[in-house]
Design a protein around this ligand. Structure first.
Ligand code: ATP
Length: 280
């Protein structure tokens, strides 16, 4: 069985408080993009065996796919083993939920193979035990994610919008960004409702000009290159550019594939992980 695991961008990321256990309370508009890992699943005698074409991805118990399969097997008392191969395309430590979407896809594969009667909600309740972004990745598409990211309201699809996605040549640890974030320093919050209305009207220009991510400042303070990529995209005709999640990946909306390709041509020499893509 072969499945695609799609990455995401944040159209907005707002922090509205902190839980007693230290987790931040968020309001985020999430959007799936057409950049994906490919996962192949093959049942076997016993054990969970993971391989990956990309160096640096843990293939043992630390892989979120391993955790997802182990949790599914224990919850539903599934016997037998499984081999999983991951073809990695989604940039890592990038703010694109690469690990979470692989875990979400592994849960879906296990359901298809062993327990088709399990509902999406049950799968999402399992997913949140692996990571806050996993429930969203199970549903995908356009959604408002609240709580720590696990309270999901699907929104009207915002498909086929052209983007250039550029991952700087370094990664950022999500935990370190949230640690450095101080809610008391926040002056402005994203206009989440205004963005949702604009997305419903497919007003890409408004969305591109008004999207906002409260973690951007924290990550940019330590990595100025993010600001430089944003500015470059806008100079080269982007309707607006922003960092996704805790970063450091930057995406910019463009009016057309042609315009996005022109900007891509100028950046691809410097950045190995750059993609002209669309929302889906
Ligand atoms: P997010 O957007 O959720 O913050 P991210 O893009 O910052 O995610 P990931 O690429 O998902 O970060 O993963 C970060 C780390 O998690 C990696 O450095 C890796 O060690 C570990 N990891 C575990 N499982 C996976 C997986 N299937 N794919 C990629 N990384 C994984």
């Amino acid at each position: 069985m072969k499945l695609k695991a799609y990455g995401k961008i944040n159209i907005s990321l707002d922090v509205i408080g902190k839980r007693e256990d230290g987790y931040h309370l968020l309001r985020m508009i999430m959007q799936t993009v057409d950049i994906y890992d490919e996962l192949t699943f093959e049942p076997c005698e016993e054990g969970i065996h993971i391989t990956c074409d990309k160096e640096g991805v843990p293939t043992d118990k630390r892989n979120l796919v391993y955790k997802a399969i182990e949790l599914f097997k224990n919850t539903y008392e599934i016997q037998g083993g499984i081999k999983v191969h991951i073809n990695k395309n989604i940039p890592m430590e990038a703010g694109m939920a690469g690990g979470s979407t692989d875990a979400a896809t592994a849960l879906k594969a296990m359901r298809d193979l062993y327990k088709p009667e399990v509902s999406n909600q049950e799968l999402m309740d399992l997913g949140v035990k692996i990571g806050a972004d996993v429930p969203y990745c199970i549903l995908g598409g356009t959604a408002l994610c609240e709580g720590i990211g696990e309270v999901i309201t699907p929104l009207k699809p915002f498909k086929n919008k052209v983007l250039l996605v550029v991952k700087p040549n370094f990664g950022v640890s999500t935990v370190s960004v949230y640690k450095a974030f101080n809610i008391k320093e926040v002056k402005d919050h994203p206009d989440t409702e205004g963005l949702i209305t604009a997305m419903e009207k497919e007003d890409v220009s408004y969305v591109a000009e008004n999207m906002m991510n409260l973690l951007e400042e924290v990550t940019i303070k330590k990595n100025e290159e993010i600001q430089e990529i944003k500015a470059f995209m806008v100079e080269e005709g982007s309707l607006g550019a922003m960092m996704t999640g805790s970063g450091p990946t930057v995406f910019g909306f463009f009016e057309s594939k042609d315009k996005a390709e022109k900007c891509y041509e100028k950046l691809k020499g410097k950045y190995k992980e750059a993609f002209v893509t669309t929302t889906i």
